[in-house]
Design a protein around this ligand. Structure first.
Ligand code: 9MR
Length: 575
């Protein structure tokens, strides 16, 4: 299998901000510097320079050069870079390049709601579909779900929430980080000068709650927060206060299967400390953001956060079984210091209470830069960063020195990531050894750390590393591919999804615009990847095939940081 990588001249296929860095990568056998030429859409040469040979890039195992046209600052569309006989994909230079990406990335969540009809008036005929898992045959409803293997004798009403990904499972551990990152996208607009709340506000997004006086991004977040609350064991039961880890089908369904066509039994899987802490953390954050709009809901969130946290402290080692992966992902996680840190931090920011202060300051992670911000990126299983970022950005009861230290931790982590990105031929803040399942979200989460450092300090090096990270995701990469559907000339559009399955059934749509693929995964963890990608260089272990779930799935916890970053980038440009 030889991937079609198109032109060896690699650029961000969406475009470069007028005053931002503008770099590309050339794949060539040559070890000598080569002349490059930038042309506008009429083909007129507008800038020239020479490439910088970089040698063999470990992420692609190819010989590459970099080129830099950052000094060119004339907005326009249809620019191309040519080296010798080879010409890049076209791209724009300008400031209003990323507002559509923000809206599209956020639309992903409504599209993937469970328990509600997806309305043609909001998404268009192509993407409209009946409600899933509301108990209409052949569906079972998530409103009266019972425990797997009869492990409990109660039922839960766990309707609603978002489907995880290509499958129809609903998982608390990646549900928590996803909703937290939407909440943070919004919270950033309250705490950061120059961040614009309007594109997230009431009427800004295509959601059914438009016009209710609440910012649409909070409406979207609430859809998931209500689900997370509903995954808690009922009052009066022995395990009350703890949250079930996940709810999903008894067996994996075939592709394609629309949500309302799923005929599998739906089952609640056991409680876990990690799930309980995800509820605690995200509900604590939600409580402070909803206070202004719905005090009762905010109170309910805070009470749930506090009792969940207490239940987790009392039951600190209830781990999800790594082998519980039939019909749904396992999402098992054996290290919970980070979830404890995150939940304590959010509760502290919201309440200022000493218990949480002590838990934060006393955590072995507090002040441990790489512990809180792993250089390979934070994720659903490494969540301390979410707490670290909130402590540094949201007004809270830390004293001046403690706050300065929390901020310094973010800056120090970002310094490491700037250096890391600077070492990569493709400018991406991810090392060649870090291409794991969902690598694009590891990149995005590193970009969130960088962007936050930029928000806090105004240092342009942080901003530049965010933007070169975006370049990587949108086409300046070894596969010459934009990993975001509908954005860029050569885009990923066959991601693993049970409804957006055009590759298998021409009557079904491709993924909606703004869906980010998991990305290269050097571990080859599905049959298609194993078959096609043996021996691949890390950043080339990817195939845009619907069956390659380990390289090409889409999920809420990958689209959430995309939405955060699109929002940051659009604000940066004043868009
Ligand atoms: O994102 C998850 C990744 O970190 C794990 O390595 C992988 C294997 O356990 O699972 C990923 O999550 C998938 C989940 O298990 C099932 N639904 C789709 C998720 C994204 O691929």
């Amino acid at each position: 299998y030889e991937p079609d990588t198109g032109s060896p001249v690699r650029v961000n296929q969406v475009g470069y901000l007028t005053e931002g860095p503008k770099q590309g990568t050339l794949v060539t056998e040559s070890t000598e510097a080569l002349p490059w030429s930038l042309a506008d859409d009429s083909g007129t040469e507008v800038a020239t320079g020479t490439t910088t040979p970089l040698g063999v890039d470990p992420s692609s195992e190819e010989n590459v050069h970099a080129f830099d046209f950052g000094e060119f600052t004339t907005p326009g569309e249809g620019y191309t870079v040519t080296v010798g006989e080879e010409t890049s994909e076209p791209f724009a230079i300008g400031d209003d390049l990323y507002s559509t990406l923000r809206t599209d990335a956020l639309a992903y969540f409504y599209h993937n709601r469970s328990g509600i009809e997806i309305d043609a008036e909001l998404v268009g005929e192509e993407y409209a579909r009946p409600a899933g898992h509301v108990g209409e045959a052949p569906n079972q409803g998530d409103d009266g779900v019972t425990c797997w293997q009869d492990a409990c004798d109660y039922t839960l009403d766990a309707a609603g929430g978002w489907y995880d990904a290509g499958d129809h499972g609903k998982y608390v551990v990646n549900g928590g980080i996803s909703v937290a990152q939407l909440l943070s996208s919004y919270e950033r607009t309250l705490t950061t000068e120059g961040a614009d709340g309007e594109p997230l506000g009431d009427g800004a997004l295509a959601v059914p709650e438009q016009g209710n006086g609440v910012p649409d991004i909070l409406d979207e977040a609430r859809w998931q927060l209500e689900f997370l609350l509903s995954m808690r064991v009922p009052e009066g039961e022995e395990q009350a206060g703890l949250a079930h880890h996940k709810l999903h089908d008894a067996a994996w369904t075939a592709l394609p299967t629309l949500p309302h066509e799923d005929d599998q039994p739906r089952e609640l899987h056991p409680v876990s400390t990690a799930a309980t802490l995800n509820v605690a953390a995200s509900a604590a954050q939600g409580a402070r953001l909803f206070a202004e709009y719905d005090a009762d809901f905010a109170d309910q969130l805070l009470a749930a956060a506090e009792s969940s946290y207490a239940a987790a402290v009392a039951n600190p080692e209830l781990l999800a079984d790594p082998n519980d992966g039939v019909g749904g992902g396992a999402y098992s996680d054996a290290k919970l210091t980070d979830e404890f840190y995150w939940a304590a931090a959010e509760l502290f920011v919201t309440t200022g209470e000493d218990t949480y202060r002590e838990a934060v300051l006393g955590s072995e992670l507090h002040g441990d830069v790489e512990g809180v911000f792993p250089p390979g990126g934070f994720s659903w299983g490494e969540t301390a960063a979410l707490g670290g970022l909130s402590l540094a950005t949201v007004p809270n009861a830390l004293d001046e020195d403690e706050l300065a230290a929390a901020r310094a931790t973010v800056a120090e982590a970002a310094d490491g990531l700037v250096a890391l990105a600077g070492e990569q031929a493709y400018g991406v803040p991810l090392g060649a050894d870090s291409y794991v399942w969902g690598s694009n979200s590891q990149v995005l989460n590193n970009m969130v750390v960088l962007a936050t450092a930029h928000d806090l300090t105004g240092e342009s090096a942080y901003r530049d590393a965010v933007l070169t990270g975006l370049d990587y995701l949108l086409g300046r990469n070894p596969l010459n591919l934009s990993y975001v559907t509908g954005h860029g000339e050569r885009d990923a559009h066959n991601q693993h999804h049970r409804f957006w399955a055009n590759q298998l059934d021409p009557d079904l749509p491709n993924p909606a615009p703004g869906s980010v693929a998991g990305g290269p995964n050097s571990s080859l963890e599905d049959p298609v990847a194993e078959d096609l990608l043996q021996g691949c260089a890390p950043a080339m272990c990817y195939v845009d095939d619907i069956e390659s779930y380990s390289t090409n799935e889409i999920t809420i916890n990958w689209n959430a940081p995309l939405a955060w970053i699109a929002s940051y980038t659009d604000d940066l440009a004043g868009g």
